[in-house]
Design a protein around this ligand. Structure first.
Ligand code: ADP
Ligand code: MG
Length: 697
């Protein structure tokens, strides 16, 4: 048996258990060794029943003497009680509420280990444990019992029918038989971080010594656990850093910042850029000058003005006789970008086109032809832009807006349309720093950290659904004052149709009953492109005053006169999503409002709503969102966090992550080729399967 041995060949596993393990992502012996416990129990205090003192926590090993399940008809809570004896002369009562599941297993004669706090039963005066942890000790396991009691035991998440007890036995067997992995952490790193050796850490994590610090273990802070967590982060960060370095050293386009380019940019700008915009523009220009491809993430809160920065980069590329592609996630946003770029760039003599799925076949044909012949300078589009039959004459800069809506694959597809073009991806979803370091670890990051001047902070209020009339009269009042409003309905990811229906129904209700005298528009994903465009135009021009919509307006929509954003059933949205929606108002000089209408709230949703009411800082909100929902949920179904991380937790282990990242950076930048080569090999052999997206070399 070695680390690569497939688990089904390990004694005690076999095909059925191997399948259950595979469902947990465990295929090899090495996987099993890295399957770390999520909790530890102190079972060192084994006592005979007659020695158990009330108030203490202890383990008793005893036999079921008698047992009964009492309950009141079917729905009553099943109270399961059993009396245990251990030959010490005393007996103990144990009691479980909702204990139906014990009725079958705890029959008289069964031997168990009970772990819990000892009390005295008022009725009988006997010793009592309420809801103790138990483990059934089957007879043939006499000698193995030492593994499960009398020590600090590891508790594993079950896999199918494989219980924590079975895991403990399997892992114990493997630990005894297999040569543990050699420590691949470079010597220099090991010296600095001062963490235990890998093999020692693996042993400790599965079977800690009796004098181990239980609290540290349960907080995932014991040096052995930190070592394994460090490994997960370190190799991930190395992989990302390598990928980034390789990409940065590839040959690419060296754009030159000519005097004419400067002039054109000056002529284009409709307003004075903020210092933050100027700073990131400089970063981007410097990067574009390098003879290597740019891979840059432009991050900035909603409304911080990323588009104009992208437009400046576009001018730079076009002044070097290259084409620019702008990819947007929705038709609405693509259309809006098209209008924006056209307005800014056409007067400078550049040709801008729009390519989306809803154009007629003939139109598409024509546009594609223009693009491939190089008669177009900027092509704005949706997914249609990355279709195979779209070819560019000379693509030099690829811009991806709202990057979080796309996968890594789309970015690559767009890049393939040119020869090592520079890439600028933009996102308004502020990503918690820890996530950015991992998800976007292969990108350079520029941050716009200030809003354009004159913006009044948006006032956010929470209103219970029962008082929605108040919200409507406020909306009417704002409209009377010349403003406009959005009313948004939740879109459940899997059912755009349902959301569209809800929006349609609400549209009817609002336009006919609540606001019969006010023009109301409707916008949702199921409308034809033409209807969407019409609805958007009507709202933009001020013809319609209220826009009832689903989250299709979440990204990018820019109507400065809109001052109220009403979000219905706000508890069903993610925080980052509401923050994006809120960013649709407060874009002009008027005081703007975001009103969150909710149903009944539980504790977590109350806390989430409060976060939004109290803060307009996108980064803070993103951190809270990730804390409250976990990193997987944070990105919705499309990008479910970092799939390869097992023991490591992006929220709990931020500090370890930062350390691992620094060390990874150091290693990659070091001149020690041997260590570097060894690292690359190790990542390819051991981590590529887990971190599929890291692709080293
Ligand atoms: P986002 O970063 O969310 O994409 P946009 O690029 O859509 O933001 O910009 C939001 C609004 O702010 C737009 O109407 C834009 O014209 C305006 N804007 C951007 N930068 C400035 C600035 N420096 N001064 C004034 N208005 C600006
Ligand atoms: Mg934008």
């Amino acid at each position: 048996m070695d680390l690569a041995t497939s688990l089904q060949y390990v004694k005690g596993i076999g095909p059925a258990r191997a399948n259950m393990l595979a469902a947990k992502g465990l295929f090899t012996v090495a996987d099993l060794l890295y399957y770390a416990p999520f909790r530890y129990e102190d079972r060192t205090n084994i006592k005979a029943i007659r020695e158990l003192a009330p108030g203490e926590k202890a383990v008793a090993m005893a036999q079921v003497h008698s047992a009964k399940l009492s309950g009141f008809r079917r729905r009553a809570l099943g109270l399961f009680e059993a009396i245990f004896q251990d030959g010490s002369g005393a007996s103990m009562l144990a009691r479980w509420f909702h204990g139906e599941r014990y009725a079958e297993s705890l029959v008289p004669g069964t031997r168990v280990a009970l772990f819990g706090k000892v009390e005295l039963d008022r009725g009988s005066g006997q010793r009592l444990m309420v809801q103790p942890e138990i483990e059934i000790l089957s007879d043939e396991q006499g000698e193995e019992e030492a593994l499960h009691t009398g020590r600090i035991v590891a508790v594993y998440e079950a896999a199918g029918k494989i219980s924590t007890r079975v895991f403990r036995s399997l892992i114990d067997r493997v630990l005894k038989q297999v040569a543990l992995p050699e420590d691949a952490l470079p010597e220099s790193v090991r010296e600095r971080v001062k963490l235990p050796d890998l093999a020692a850490a693996i042993r400790y994590v599965h079977s800690p010594p009796s004098d181990a610090d239980l609290r540290l273990l349960n907080d995932f802070r014991s040096p052995a656990q930190v070592r394994l967590i460090f490994d997960e982060f370190f190799w991930l960060e190395c992989g990302l850093a390598l990928k980034k370095t390789n990409a940065r050293l590839a040959p690419g386009i060296s754009f030159s910042v000519t005097e004419r380019a400067r002039e054109q940019i000056k002529r284009m700008l409709p307003f004075k850029p903020t210092p933050a915009q100027r700073r990131v523009m400089q970063e981007i220009a410097d990067d574009m000058k390098r003879p290597h491809p740019m891979n840059r993430l432009l991050q900035g809160d909603v409304g911080s003005g990323k588009t104009i920065v992208a437009a400046q980069a576009a001018v730079l590329a076009m002044e070097n006789a290259y084409q620019v592609a702008v990819l947007a996630p929705t038709e609405i946003l693509a259309t809006q970008h098209y209008a924006y770029f056209k307005r800014l760039l056409e007067k400078l003599g550049y040709v801008v086109v729009l390519l989306t799925g809803s154009a007629s076949a003939r139109e598409k044909q024509q546009i594609k032809k223009l693009i491939s012949e190089g008669l177009v300078h900027v092509a704005v589009g949706t997914h249609a832009l990355i279709q195979e039959d779209v070819t560019f004459h000379r693509l030099g800069l690829a811009i991806v807006d709202e990057q979080h809506r796309f996968g890594v694959r789309q970015r690559l597809e767009l890049m393939r349309k040119g020869e090592q073009p520079d890439v600028l991806v933009m996102t308004a979803t502020p990503i918690p720093r820890t996530l950015a370091l991992t998800l976007y670890g292969d990108l350079d990051v520029s941050v716009i950290d200030e809003l354009p001047p004159g913006r009044k902070p948006i006032i956010t209020k929470h209103v219970p659904g029962s008082s929605v009339e108040r919200v409507y009269s406020f909306v009417a009042q704002e409209i009377k004052a010349g403003r406009q409003a959005y009313v948004v309905y939740p879109l459940v990811e899997e059912s755009e149709t349902t959301a569209a229906k809800a929006a349609e129904k609400m549209y009817q209700h609002l336009s006919e009953e609540v606001f019969p005298d006010i023009p109301v528009g409707l916008l949702h994903g199921k409308l034809s492109a033409e209807d969407k465009e019409t609805a958007m135009q009507a709202f933009k021009s001020g013809e319609s005053k209220i826009l009832v919509s689903t989250t299709v307006i979440e990204v990018g929509v820019d109507v400065p006169n809109a001052s109220v954003m009403v979000v219905e059933e706000a508890e069903r949205f993610g925080l980052a999503q509401i923050h994006q929606l809120r960013g649709r108002v407060g874009r002009g000089a008027h005081q703007s409002y975001c009103i969150l209408v909710t149903g009944k709230l539980n504790d977590i949703s109350r806390q989430r709503i409060r976060t939004l009411v109290e803060s307009i800082d996108g980064f803070y909100i993103a951190e809270m969102d990730m804390k409250l929902r976990g990193p997987g949920e944070f990105f919705g179904t499309k990008q479910s966090g970092i799939p390869g991380l097992r023991l490591a937790d992006l929220i709990r282990d931020t500090e370890v992550l930062e350390r691992a990242r620094d060390e990874a950076q150091r290693l990659i930048e070091s001149k020690d080729d041997n260590e570097l080569r060894a690292a690359v090999r190790y990542i390819q052999e051991h981590w590529q399967r887990r971190y599929g997206f890291v692709q080293v070399g």
